[in-house]
Design a binder for this molecule. Structure first.
Ligand code: DX5
Ligand code: ZN
Length: 213
């Protein structure tokens, strides 16, 4: 299981140290939550701060867009060369076109499904994707309770992925901790995002390792 700590739960007063600590602690990706105050009721960071994060991080960035006007934000963040850019299906009229745009920048494209969205709706996109991100909370905030129905949903998605594009990864984001990591692993999940669980721990490295099962 790969682990992508979400810096949303970091102490932004000492962001430099907080990024170094998760990278030295052995994380696989650095998860960056970009919120615009429109698609979700919260506002986070833009390219100025994320470029500083990119300079400090020794692990690849996983940028999660929670915005309106995805295409505009893809152009804004692409120069920072993240490993992944993911965008929400609920907010995109032309997902197939946007996936190609992300790939044309040399970045791996991922789509995100909110808790209510169905894996079947992305069946015809799976062949073009490197990852599907399933939300296990409603997007907008760290520290929320894990929504259990992501487990059967991940299983259903895994069946589609196995049939269509076995290289495509499944990522789960929200409320992940050492109590639900095993059921996620058993459901076929490859990557987990963890914000409050990692940044709320005394030892970030140990928290990361407890999820790398
Ligand atoms: C929620 C974000 C998550 C969040 C996860 O909108 O996408 O990445 O930071 O935080 P935890 O792990 O605390 O639920
Ligand atoms: Zn996220």
């Amino acid at each position: 299981m790969q682990v992508a700590p979400s810096i949303l739960s970091a102490d932004f007063g000492i962001l430099n140290d907080e990024i170094k600590a998760i990278c030295d602690g052995g994380c696989d990706l650095v998860h960056v939550d970009v919120m615009d105050g429109h698609f979700v009721p919260n506002l986070t960071i833009g390219p100025v701060v994320v470029s500083a994060v990119a300079k400090i991080a020794t692990k690849p960035l996983d940028i999660h867009l929670m915005v309106e006007n995805n295409s505009f934000f893809v152009d804004l963040f692409a120069p920072l060369k993240p490993e992944y850019i993911s965008f929400h299906m609920e907010e995109e009229k032309h997902p197939h076109r946007l996936i190609q745009k992300i790939r044309s920048y040399g970045i791996k494209p991922a789509v995100v499904l909110n808790p209510h969205s169905r894996p079947e709706d992305i069946e015809y996109l799976i062949a073009d994707l490197d990852m599907v991100l399933l939300m296990s909370v409603n997007p907008g905030f760290g520290g929320q309770k894990f929504i259990e129905n992501v487990v059967p949903k991940a299983k259903k998605l895994k069946e589609l992925i196995t049939k269509i594009n076995p290289d495509c990864l499944i990522e789960v984001d929200g409320g992940v901790n050492n109590k639900n990591i095993e059921e996620l692993k058993n459901a076929g999940v490859d990557v987990v995002v963890a914000g409050s669980y990692v940044y709320g721990a005394d030892d970030y490295g140990q928290a990361i390792k407890s999820l790398q099962i």
